[in-house]
Design a protein around this ligand. Sequence first.
Ligand code: NAD
Ligand code: UDP
Ligand code: UDP
Length: 339
Amino acid sequence: MKELDRKRILVTGGAGFLGSHLCERLVEAGHDVLCVDNFFTGTRENVAHLLGCSNFELMRHDVTFPLYVEVDEIYNLACPASPVHYQYDPVRTTKTSVHGAINMLGLAKRVRAKIFQASTSEVYGDARVHPQKEDYWGHVNPIGPRSCYDEGKRCAETLFVDYRRQYGLEIRIARIFNTYGPRMHPADGRVVSNFMVQALSGEPLTVYGDGTQTRSLCYVDDIIDAFIRLMDAPDGSCDPVNLGNPHEITMLELAEHVRHATQSDSEIVFRPLPIDDPWHRQPDISAARALLEWAPSTPLDEGLRHTAEHFRMRLAGVPLADCGRETGVSRERGATGNR
Ligand code: NAD
Ligand code: UDP
Ligand code: UDP
């Protein structure tokens, strides 16, 4: 990479599921990456394979407190993402989204950095429009068990656009739909990780409700590709953009796909549907296609196979750094520095 193209990039929530893949991709590209995380749901092990790289740095820090560093770009991912984790301490979840956004925007303003917000399809709530397009304002319960996450992320979007209007910040807002893949936390309660762990342990797959609710699942490599394209999009690309896979399936169908990917004959059992569980979710990604020339390319069964390999190794006790597919950053390369 030419010295001029090399950037100092802060990734908050960088030790989490998506953050660790993003850090990996940015380190591989030769940027100087500062990963900031309070390890609430992420772990040091998720980025252990990067620790020896001379262009990677890990800092324990909670984004609800101010942070003074010098960077060119900020990816703000810090926030628990699974319903089980974000409902564990809902006040903290809102603080992370709102105070975290204020601090990272204040930082971006001081150093004139471009800043990316990991928003979510949850801003649409239990959507009455299908598929969801960016101009839909959503149907969100402000006082339910999911509100700490949904409203926190909505408020963060408001802060991002107001920092742009008021201070001229260069912002990016990704509305991310359900994403899965290696390094999901096995106990985070999300549907793919639950089904994977259950199928590989010979336990019944727990389908909530009657399993006819839908989600559209995107493989992690595709979403990370979209994050970087969005960050690199031309100046002024400041409107929220849906990122996800438009291929929509029911949770009952997903259970069958996971059984197939893991070659498991676990039975399926039905459990109560959580409160305010959105009924349908499918992104309209025409904006991403036009702006980023991007669409996901990993078929569900292929993504689930990679994910199953990862969980199989993890459940067998293989250290996280050695689990899953080959990555461009090997531990040996890391140990001697990446450039
Ligand atoms: P994750 O829980 O694996 O990662 C979140 C990371 O943020 C963790 O490493 C956690 O320790 C860290 N964190 C939490 N609170 C923090 C704080 N106060 N200070 C510093 N670090 C903190 O979740 P993920 O799936 O990787 O999600 C990453 C981001 O993407 C989140 O903002 C989430 O809302 C968003 N998102 C994810 C999905 C998805 O399907 N994975 C969908 C929509 C949006
Ligand atoms: N902030 C930070 N790092 C910086 C600059 C600001 O964490 O480099 C935080 C700081 O806590 C501040 C917040 O960002 O309260 C918002 O900053 P801004 O300049 O927008 O507002 P103000 O300082 O007036 O509150
Ligand atoms: N779900 C399920 N079984 C599980 C976990 C989740 O049927 O073990 C359902 C859940 O009710 C929801 C969907 O799968 O309808 C996706 O849930 P997840 O928590 O992964 O993400 P959400 O999109 O709800 O934030």
